[in-house]
Design a binder for this molecule. Structure first.
Ligand SMILES: Nc1ncnc2c1ncn2[C@@H]1O[C@H](COP(=O)(O)OP(=O)(O)OP(=O)(O)O)[C@@H](O)[C@H]1O
Length: 323
């Protein structure tokens, strides 16, 4: 299988601060990869790197490369990268409120994507928009197309943002926490619709989330980020059955179980360290109950394990709570 998106040991800095270190990810056509980690672990920066958007936030790739469909994105001109986004890469942002223009009707905002990227006429673009809205299970698509953003619920708005990402007929969708701004019942529904659409069309999806429950729901593979480094990567089934990294295990332990009272939700004690003061050795050692001297001094290499990769000095030897 040819990789559609391939990050090869990508390191990213903003100014003099190194934020991502040697991130490698491969995403093939028809595959859903979950990129997971707590807030501040570097998920959004990884997505920005994949889309060639780091300059927007003053960031840059300091080592490694990003390939899209066999082409080195670093060697492309700005115009080539711009043409790729929207046309071959669709992006779904965290917050639908900021992704939609409040003073334009919904239909017009979706139409413009296929007019621009596919060169469709007004009529053909509107037909495509209505078709997409229907596929996203939006009732009364024609009426919704005439509505203003403020007239729609958060969940409906997020479906529109997904329609905009799909309208250019992309090969890859990058969705950055697409359901964070929504309430829990709507979240599961949107993820299910997005997953089904992507599968039906044989698209690739990079799904960024802090929620391992979302990963379990739709992803084929998962990449776990911690403090700017990959902790573990591999197929969802084996990783959920036997997570080898204590951080992966801790994230899985945060998935709310059926019948769990609200308020009994578990988090991982402590916080992701700031990039200004990353700990030495394994960056997770300050929160890991299994840490030994080597964890405090030596950076664990990312090594093959089962069908995936893991960076832990004690990979697979630890069980129970990490922290
Ligand atoms: N523009 C910026 N300038 C300086 N530091 C930044 C900038 N953007 C992100 N960072 C830092 O980079 C690190 C990773 O940020 P990133 O947004 O990728 O995390 P994330 O995993 O996506 O978190 P979240 O779930 O909160 O979006 C954080 O420590 C953050 O403070």
């Amino acid at each position: 299988m040819t990789a559609l998106l391939h990050l090869d040991e990508v390191s990213v800095a903003i100014g003099t601060i190194a934020l991502l270190e040697r991130i490698s990810l491969t995403l093939g056509q028809g595959e859903i990869l979950g990129l997971v980690g707590e807030s501040g672990s570097g998920k959004s920066l990884t997505a920005m790197a994949a889309m060639g958007l780091l300059p927007l936030i003053g960031g840059r790739i300091t080592a490694g490369s990003v390939g899209f469909d066999g082409q080195d994105m670093g060697a492309m001109t700005d115009a080539q990268r711009r043409a790729l986004r929207g046309r071959r890469i669709g992006f779904v942002t965290q917050n639908p409120m900021t992704a939609l223009d409040p003073v334009q009707r919904i239909g017009a905002q979706v139409d413009v994507v296929s007019r621009l990227h596919l060169g469709l006429s007004r009529t053909a673009a509107r037909a495509r928009t209505l078709d997409l809205l229907t596929q996203l299970r939006i009732p009364e698509a024609a009426a919704v197309a005439e509505a203003w953003p403020h007239q729609l619920s958060g969940g409906m708005k997020q479906r529109i943002v997904i329609a905009m990402a799909l309208a250019g007929d992309p090969d890859l969708i990058i969705a950055d926490e697409p359901t964070t701004a929504l309430d829990v019942t709507v979240q599961a529904q949107i993820i299910q619709i997005l997953g089904a659409l992507v599968r039906d069309r044989g698209l690739a999806l990079l799904l960024i989330t802090h929620d391992m429950g979302v990963v379990a729901q739709v992803c084929d593979r998962v990449a776990v980020l911690y403090a700017g480094r990959l902790a573990e990567e591999g197929p969802v089934g084996p990783i959920f059955a036997a997570p080898a990294h204590p951080y992966t295990r801790a994230l899985i332990g945060c998935i709310p179980q059926d019948g769990m009272a609200r308020g009994s939700l578990r988090g991982i004690p402590g916080a992701v360290p700031s990039a200004l003061a990353f700990p030495s050795g394994c960056r997770f050692h300050t929160r890991c109950a299994h840490a030994t001297d080597i964890c405090r001094t030596a950076v664990p290499a990312l090594l093959p394990r089962d069908q995936g990769l893991v960076a832990c000095h004690h990979a697979g030897q630890t069980t129970g709570d990490a922290a």
